[in-house]
Design a protein around this ligand. Sequence first.
Ligand code: 5GP
Ligand code: ZN
Length: 124
Amino acid sequence: MNRGEMESVDAKDCLFCRVIKRELESQVVYEDDLAVAFQDINPQAPVHLLVVPRKHIPSLAVTEEADEALLGHVFMVARKLAERENLNKNGYRVVLNTGSYAGQTVFHIHVHLLGGRSFHWPPG
Ligand code: 5GP
Ligand code: ZN
């Protein structure tokens, strides 16, 4: 999917915008004015949450300078949720897939918070 195609998926048709608006059923675990976090539908670890900004941004590749604080906030929410899920002792992984080579499938920027098991490096 190229940049033009990504941007043609507008907020109305976007899966995660629909989760944010509660048009689509999901297990929301956190929300504030700027961000929402919910359980991944296909968890890859005992804890697998997705943190998204309410603002529809297709990917990290198309973020703007003005998004800097919002992106920081999304990561801080991930940090707080990791703490809440007791992941600090053993550690956890935060992933932001960007574009096709990285395997990004949903074009509303999202941070994966994965924990509760150990992970390999390098990733596949
Ligand atoms: P990506 O590969 O784009 O980084 O990750 C997209 C993630 O969204 C995947 O882990 C996938 O399981 C999750 N996902 C896809 N559709 C839905 C959905 O409708 N609801 C929820 N909660 N997660 C979804
Ligand atoms: Zn969206």
